[in-house]
Design a protein around this ligand. Structure first.
Ligand code: NI
Length: 136
């Protein structure tokens, strides 16, 4: 059920918020506020080391000695939280590998940092997500 509440903002902050809404393509203030609240709740889940879901994206050259094995070794070390991996051969040298992990935020972060820090990884990132309420 939708509930309404009003927000008091000074005009400078409101002008910035309206510019933000326009830049991000929101159709109205309510949808933008809802998204910001959800983002705050997701961040809180990670900060509290709750059960979360994270997506680790890596770009690397599979010709780099032992890099592929190191990626696989690390994934096996965290097999209990990894739900899936997808590997795309981007061109002759480059691979894109996406690892989806569901578990305690600290474990997901340890996995992500380990993968991203491997020598030879050209680009790596962790997308932190959650339902905004603890996963079971
Ligand atoms: Ni590949």
């Amino acid at each position: 059920m939708l509930q309404r509440f009003s927000i008091s903002l000074d005009s400078g902050l409101l002008a910035k918020f309206d510019a933000y809404i326009q830049e991000h393509g929101y159709s109205n203030r309510s949808e933008a506020v809802r998204d910001l609240i959800r983002k705050g709740l997701v961040k809180q889940e990670w900060d509290r080391n709750s059960r979360v879901v994270g997506v680790v994206t890596l770009v690397y050259d599979h010709h780099k000695p032992q890099l592929q094995e190191r990626v696989t070794d690390l994934q096996h070390r965290f097999y209990h939280i990894i739900t899936s991996t997808t590997h795309v051969h981007m061109d002759h040298h480059n691979c894109l590998e996406v690892t989806i992990a569901k578990g305690r935020a600290s474990d997901v972060q340890e996995l992500a940092q380990g993968l991203i820090a491997l020598r030879g990884v050209k680009d790596g990132s962790l997308t932190m997500s959650s339902t905004g309420g603890e996963l079971h």
